[in-house]
Design a protein around this ligand. Structure first.
Ligand code: ARG
Length: 461
């Protein structure tokens, strides 16, 4: 059975392309998403061809008008891409031919689908980077607000998921502020490398036609142009870097989600997610689950998979273009869309969480997490830290055995462990004192948190 539609490359073949092979290799169902970028790139290319006299100005105008109409048709859904057209580039070119006739064939002068698709994906990434930056910025705003709201609230800080020391809750939120802030830096840095036009590299070796590559770059808003035509069409490192950025963002979201899931459990009971962002169970009526956080944690795995897929697709490819590279689009689209929707939803969910300060405040007062205060108290009394640590260890052990919280141990008993203890130990044995007395740079002290909030606000402008 022969193909119904004309393929862009079929003339040198005597037999028609097998329909199953065509269906297998068609990417319309995936790269159809790139129609806006593709049309934008084609309009820039046709404009330049007209300006340089490579095609007639009238012809360039007819091509551009036709392309704009096709964009509208695709937008409205009156033109539905079909797999028989092989890819979105073919869909558009075939439709252009239907609309304006043979002159449509001039659009592809000095161009290959190889530089065309490289251009499309860069335009796509540029847009998605902007969207991610907006979403991350909203999240950063929320984190500063949370830090402000809870700067005087005391929570446990953990290491090894064991209660470690009391900290200002503001300090906790600001830790994530720093992580997501670096994510925005990474995207900003990446955007410089995305901002390079590959258009004009043609298949891989350039063209004999006098293409004005600076002009097409300018029309597409790219600051730089490629310097090597093979590199321009053959590498996908920028795309891999984009998915890496998405993966790191997802890793941060996933860790934060894990805290939210744990903290909202009955056992922790530190945090309440509002009903609007919680789910129930179809069988257990009492259940209130943190499904949004769990889904974000789960989707992180998928985005890592996208990164692994791309690294693996590229690792053994001989230069220059290979059809394997068509497989870059599913991971690219998936990671971009997943990261954007996860940052957005996570931010909204976070806005709908409340720390249970009342419970946390009580819990931190009589907890073993004040032990470091005893050790540092001894250090202030000139006891070498290693001895202070050993003495405090013994006090902790006594406290557990005798079921007596550290602040309730009588002074007499403290003095049995070390002569240097006096009444002052009780003033040091409160979570407030623990936090307030932190003096070192970037610590969890209330003062440091205030300063961090000021700096974060300045950063956000
Ligand atoms: N659909 C192809 C891709 O995404 C476009 C480039 C096709 N080039 C080729 N030489 N077959 O990679």
């Amino acid at each position: 059975m022969s193909n119904k539609k004309e393929l862009l490359w079929a003339s040198r073949f005597n037999e028609p392309f097998d329909r199953d092979a065509l269906k297998f290799s068609s990417s319309v169902h995936v790269d159809g998403k790139l129609f806006r970028e593709d049309i934008r790139g084609s309009i820039a290319h046709a404009t330049m061809l007209g300006e340089e006299g490579i095609i007639g100005e009238e012809e360039a105008r007819a091509i551009c008008t036709g392309l704009k109409e096709i964009e509208r048709e695709l937008e409205e859904g009156s033109l539905v891409p079909h797999w028989e057209d092989e890819d979105i580039h073919t869909v558009i070119e075939n439709r252009l031919k239907e609309k304006i006739g043979a002159v449509a064939g001039k659009l592809h002068s000095g161009r290959s689908r190889n530089d065309q698709v490289a251009t499309d994906t860069r335009l796509y990434m540029r847009e998605r980077i902007d969207e991610l930056q907006v979403a991350l910025n909203d999240l950063l705003e929320t984190l500063v607000e949370k830090a402000e709201t809870y700067k005087d609230s005391i929570i446990f800080g953990y290491t090894h998921l064991q209660r470690a020391q009391p900290i200002s809750a503001g300090h906790y939120y600001l830790a994530y502020f720093n992580m997501f802030d670096r994510d925005t830096d990474r995207l900003l840095d990446l955007s410089m490398r995305v901002d390079v036009s590959p258009l004009g590299a043609a298949a891989f070796s350039g063209s004999t036609l006098p293409l004005n590559v600076e002009r097409t770059a300018e029309l597409l808003g790219f600051t730089e142009i490629f310097s090597n035509s093979i590199d321009a069409v053959s590498d996908r490192d920028i795309l891999i870097e984009f998915i890496s950025c998405c993966s790191i963002i997802m890793m941060h979201l996933s860790r934060f989600s894990e805290d939210i899931i744990l903290w909202s459990s009955y056992e922790f009971g530190y945090l309440e997610i509002s009903d609007a962002f919680s789910t129930g169970s179809s069988i257990m009526p009492q259940k209130k689950n943190a499904d949004i956080a769990e889904l974000i944690r789960g989707k992180t795995g998928r985005v890592y998979g996208d990164l692994m897929a791309m690294l693996t697709i590229m690792k053994g490819l001989p230069l220059s273009y290979n059809r394997d590279m068509q497989e870059d689009k599913p991971p690219l689209f998936d990671s971009a869309e997943t990261a954007i929707s996860c940052v957005t939803l996570f931010n909204r969910m976070l806005q709908h969480t409340r720390l249970k300060e009342e419970r946390l405040g009580e819990l931190t007062k009589k907890d073993l997490s004040l032990a470091t205060e005893i050790a540092e108290y001894l250090v202030r009394k000139d006891v070498p830290f290693r001895d202070a640590h050993r003495i405090t260890g013994k006090i902790v052990s006594w406290s557990i055995e005798n079921r007596t919280p550290l602040p309730d141990i009588p002074l007499k008993r403290f003095r049995e462990f070390s002569e240097v203890f006096d009444e002052g130990i009780f003033a040091a044995l409160t979570p407030e004192a623990s936090i307030t007395s932190k003096k070192s740079h970037g610590s969890c002290s209330f003062e440091s948190v205030e300063r961090q909030i000021r700096e974060a606000r300045e950063l956000l402008g």
